[in-house]
Design a protein around this ligand. Structure first.
Ligand code: HEM
Length: 148
């Protein structure tokens, strides 16, 4: 079989056409957004950066909503704190920490590469920040779940 059948994957052929923009070509269905084939590491990082960005925006609004419970008095806040210290909720805190670390560290990587400080080291930076992120996430998760 060929390395790739362009008739089956027209958007891959479009993507490889020379030029500054990766085109979404003719014949591409919306499902192609979710097709991981032929994508480089940077594409996955970009997708996860966007997903974590949306998660952080959602969290910001939730956070403001939760803080507004303070206006309803001590009982409402106490009820929320009881919920916030359950195992499931603490798991969401760890997920939030993951989103913050990925988005923040990837943001620094994109900035360093895009601004020309280290233009040819984007993969190395990705893995270096992954190590930093995993260490920070592990330390944070231990503190969140362990109550330290
Ligand atoms: C921790 C510090 C942060 C850093 C260093 C950072 C950095 C960045 C960078 C560099 C981009 C552009 C990425 C690209 O062009 O490929 C970006 C996108 C974005 N960031 Fe952040 N960010 C941070 C925190 C946040 C927070 C807290 C939020 C939400 C409340 C947020 C929401 C977004 C959104 C919505 C986008 C657009 C994503 C997209 O278009 O795919 N960021 N960020």
């Amino acid at each position: 079989m060929n390395r790739r059948d362009d008739a089956d994957l027209p958007w891959l052929a479009e993507r490889e056409r020379p030029g500054p923009v990766l085109r979404k070509g003719a014949g591409m269905t919306p499902l192609a957004w979710f097709d991981p084939r032929g994508r480089a590491l940077g594409s996955f990082a970009f997708a996860l950066n966007r997903i974590t960005a949306l998660g952080l925006v959602l969290y910001l609004y939730l956070h403001l909503g939760v803080l507004s419970l303070l206006l309803r008095g001590e009982d409402a806040w106490g009820d929320f704190l009881r919920l916030a210290t359950t195992g499931a909720f603490l798991g969401l805190d760890v997920l939030l920490l993951f989103g913050l670390l990925f988005h923040g560290l990837n943001g620094i990587r994109v900035t360093l590469v895009g601004s020309g400080v280290v233009p040819e080291r984007q993969r190395a930076l990705f893995w270096a920040f992954t190590v930093v992120g995993v260490l920070a996430l592990t330390a944070g998760a231990v503190r969140i779940v362990g109550g330290g």
